[in-house]
Ligand binder design. Sequence first.
Ligand code: BGC
Length: 746
Amino acid sequence: MTARLTEEQRDRVEKLLSSMTLEEKIGQMNQESVSIVGGFDVPFEQLIEMMTDGRLSKEEFQTIMSTAKTDYHEDAIRKGLVGSLMVQDPEKCNELQRIAVEETRLGIPLIFGLDVIHGFRSVYPIAIAEAGSFDPELMEETASMAARESRACGVAWHFAPMLDIARDARWGRVSEGPGEDPCLASAFARAKVRGLQNDHSSTDHYVAACLKHFVGYGAVESGKDYNTVSMANHVLFNNYLEPFRAAVEEGAETVMASFNDLNGVPSTVNPWLLRTIMKKHFGLPGFIVSDANAIKECVAHGIAEDEADAGRQAAEAGLDMDMGTEIYLHNLKKLVEEGKISMSVVDDACRRILEVKMWLGLFDHPYTREGEIGKYETLPEEHVDLALRSAEESAVLLKNEGDILPIAGDAKISLVGNLADDKEQIIGAWAMSWKEKDCVTIREGMEKEFPKLRYFPCGGPEGEINEADAEEACAYGDVIVAVLGETVAMSGEASSRADITLPGDQRQLLEKLLASGKPVVLVLMNGRPLALGWEAEHVPAILEGWHLGIQMGNAIAHILSGRKNPEGRLSSSFPAVTGQCPIYYNHPNTGRPASNFKFTSRYLDAPFQALYPFGFGLSYTTYTLRDLKVEDKGNVLGISAKVKNTGKCSGRATVQFYMQDVTASLVRPIRELKGFAKAELAPGEEKTVFCSLEKKRMGFWNNQGEYRLEDGLFRIYAGQDSTTEMMQEIRLSFDGIEKEPDYPVI
Ligand code: BGC
């Protein structure tokens, strides 16, 4: 393995560090965003509030923003007081970089960071959808394209991947992450880090990943954003930390601390999480940044007396960069001078930041090259193709009664729903650099595939249903395709929902369409699992389309016409009713598993199971599995199964391998995903798929942080979703097997 930095690069960093003043070091620890400074009479936060509560329309807000004055902090940059900025305009980045490189005493370049969560100019499916492709190569490719596109705009640092395990779909940010399962999330994490960071053929081809949000943010109580998190250590270690551990092992450079408190300590000021686990134990090479304004929020958390106290606690805990509050900038110097913070804390933080900049090549190539700027204005064909492929692979067919789908090309189709023809709505939360010209709506995609299509907006998640439109839709088509779900703003940050059924009057619209007696296909656009109990009972065909990015329209059209056989799976369980949240397949065993007997772990008024479980997804063909084999090969279990295409068209099957530790010293999950494999199969074709399960990965961490590999009985399952029943038992002894490291518990 080649070293991350050469000797010479390390020397350069050390020389620089030794020539820096305390102020300059603290400057590196300060991240600024572009501030809106006037042009209107009320504070920016109030404007947002006014837009949220409807006092200001979106258009009015945009007009205000376009005329507002902005502060890029040029003076502070010139004084060496800024280490990083959030900017996405390449010319502006170059201009600010020039100040940093040419006008500061030491010429240290800035690092520009941004939320590039699921694509930059080319927007791919939101993470919860893409994880369901069960295709790490695809995940890597989309990350790699995003790295190139953003670097051409000066952005060398992505606040991604978001790796929060999320099991409560009321939380709006489930959309941004890879779902409920630590094994799938770890595969996603590794793929994203490789895609973002590994192509060093040119400095234009890679960026630094920033794993977020460290940690436990996905478990905010009751799914309400920014809420408190309490969890036992074994839950934390075995689930929530796993994707982060995997990503750092893969080489991830940086991490973002989460907003939430974990068992009473906000991550921002938690030395055990930041210093002991992330830096010492996992060995994070680069630095940790706070989440936006999070240091300041430690005062509101009631954990710090004032801003200076919050800054002191954060710096001591190992938080290297302050996002957005300037608390380090205004307080660290005094704290060091008064001996309240040791100089080594500042040196360590500054060194980590400089090393990441060095690793990115920013000292030698600080600017976006002339030829790069605007390079992706017109998206290259391969980027568009990848956007299409990722969208096609991520949509999940949930129901197809009577084989309504695919729809014949010459069918008369009534396409219904505002969401079907709104470019902004296919993009999903946290996409900022997309252009309307690249977006294909479902209407546009379907019009190419189905010449006899007519479009009737009828309404959507917000506002009223247009009855006349709905009547016309019912009268025209042989088939009705209703595109319903959530607007982009209904998921993502600060978008938790207490009721996750279809919002607004969309259920009534569906009832009306179904009353026509025509076959109705429900195409969903949403950023979270929805409670679809009613829809699953009444609507004959359901295609989960999530927010699939710029090529969503073509992808959905191809699936509806059968040109593409659906293959996506659910990375998160779907409840039948909201009250089942949090719901996840890998739940710990209880002493009273749900059954028809009343005194078991169940609700009186909801099903026992998820409506659609983790790993579920249909296809236009059928696959059958047989011959599950489990072989003890020393350090690994060799697991295999045969999968056959028993239907009429080719497709890609996703075989999932689960494990159950039958008896252990701690209650273990009912089942845990341990591997998966995809197989391309022609009709009638059968293939053997394999999973090599390292024995050291069959254990678990207990509450004391010890990694336990306990001899005994294990069940190995193979199936097409997490409820599968094909199973083999094996009794194992772990004598002589090297185990995963223990957690440093303090
Ligand atoms: C979000 C982060 C994001 C940051 C910077 C915060 O509000 O929680 O996920 O990276 O803003 O935009």
